[in-house]
Every structure is written in C-alpha cells, then in structure tokens.
Design a protein around this ligand. Sequence first.
Ligand code: UDP
Length: 278
Amino acid sequence: MHGSILDQGLVNDVIEGSDTVFHLAAAVGVHTIVDKPLQSLRTNLHGTENVVEAAVAHKARFLVASTSEIYGKNDSDGLPEDADRVLGSPLKSRWSYAAAKGLDELVAYVYGEESGLPCVITRFFNIVGPRQTGRYGMVVPRFVSQALANKPITVYGEGTQRRCFGSVFDVVPAMVRLLDTPAAHNKAVNLGGKEEVSIKGLADRVIELTGSRSEIRYVPYEEAYGEGYEDMQRRMPDTTLAARLIGYAPERRLDDVIRSILEHNATPSVAPQRALLA
Ligand code: UDP
C-alpha cells in the first residue's frame, strides 16, 4: 500500500492490528529539504505525530528513525548520544530538518514515557543500500550513477568534508534487536558504519570500483544548494551504546556499501517494497 503519513486515517488503518511499528517515513535528502522546506517540515512534524499517536492508540511498540543531522556542526571524534547539538539558525533551510527531527525524537520519547510502551529512537549516520536514489541528494547513489554514465563526479566544496557510510544490511537487524531489548527502550541509539572517508576519497573509490572514465568536478556549495548553505565538515558515530545493548558490530566496509548500490543499478528490476509510506 502506498500513501502519506500525513493521511491520519490511512496511518490509523495501517497500524490497527499491528503489534510493532517501524517509522522510517520522512522527507529526507538535502535537496528535498532545501527545495521544499514547508512540505518537508509538515511531513516530518505532523507525519511523525500521526504515526506515534496511532501506535500508542493501538498499543503497538514503535521505533522512530532519527538522524546524525541532529548533532549539527559538532565534528567531534565520535559522537555519543548525549553529545551537544551545534545547530545553525532554524531559518536556514538545512537546519530546519535537524530542528524537526529533534522534535520527532521528543514526541517519540514523551509518548513512550507516558504510554509505557516500548519505544526506540535510532539515529542513522549516512546509511546506504540498494534502491537508494540520488534524486534527493544522497551522495553515494549520485556518484555511482555519474560514474556509470562517465559523467563528471560532482564533489561539493573542496571534498575535504568527511563521513562514515553505514550499510542498511548492518542496520536493519539492529533495529529489530533494539526493539526486542528492554534496556534500549526510550533511548536514542546511534547506528552507522566504522570507516571514515573524505568526499573526495569517496569519489576516487567510486571511480576505481566502477572503472569509470569520469573526472571530478568541484562544485561550490552555493551552486549546489543555494546561498548560505552550511555543510558539516565531519560526522563520525560513536556506536558504543548499540554495542553494549545488542552487540552491534557493523561488518560492511565502504567498498561493500558502494558495491551494494552498484549491483542494484545493474539489476534495476528489483521488486519494490510491499508497503511504502512517505
Ligand atoms: N555531496 C557531494 N556531491 C553530491 C552530493 C553530496 O559532494 O553530489 C556531499 C555533501 O555536500 C556532503 C556529503 O557529500 O558533504 C554527504 O552528503 P549527503 O547528502 O549524502 O548526506 P549528509 O551527510 O549531507 O546528510
């Protein structure tokens, strides 16, 4: 079934009779947030409220997806869950996403506390996997498509910003285990990978793995995202809490993550998920 989390009646119907809700639906991707700020805000705020309210009404335990974005410009060497948030003005479009997801966490937390239902908040750090599209801005599928077409790889800024890409294949089992673990209930838990790379380094690796003839084109941030955009220079997860709670130990490395997108591009007819709410 396809529909929107803004459709309260539909959300209620879908959740009725379920014992567990994984709430992953959101407006995501920097291009989406910058291009459609109002729609994104509404989806992320009201949509989450709809899903959590319905979960509580039907006594279903629930997991709410959050993001490393909420740490903002804190570029420490490994961000634990209680790290300070360093956010720009909420009126700058990028930060509206961090502001909304911070409130989503609070909605989940307070409803979890008051209802007594098991609830988990997961903070994803640049998670990548098959079927991820570059349409909304995510860098790995964008670079892979550009490389496969032998087009320029668009590195924004100087490419010195660093990320740690995690795999959906490590993260999904962890989500299920966290909901099954009482010590994780009503906690925010980081989930991500372990291999840090600069964005220029990522571009080089994609070119090598695809055997592409693409060259790197450096695109100023202003050209990519418009005026006043602020990027995070570094975002590195500390997954100690997940390791302690469920023995989380991500196995996939950067090359695995790139290959998972590559393989999907080679077989584009993979069946879509049965139910998608976005
Ligand atoms: N990026 C890039 N070229 C692109 C898309 C993204 O250089 O075509 C950069 C982006 O500026 C950021 C990093 O890649 O520094 C990761 O971007 P993404 O949107 O995937 O995730 P973010 O960490 O920004 O949420």
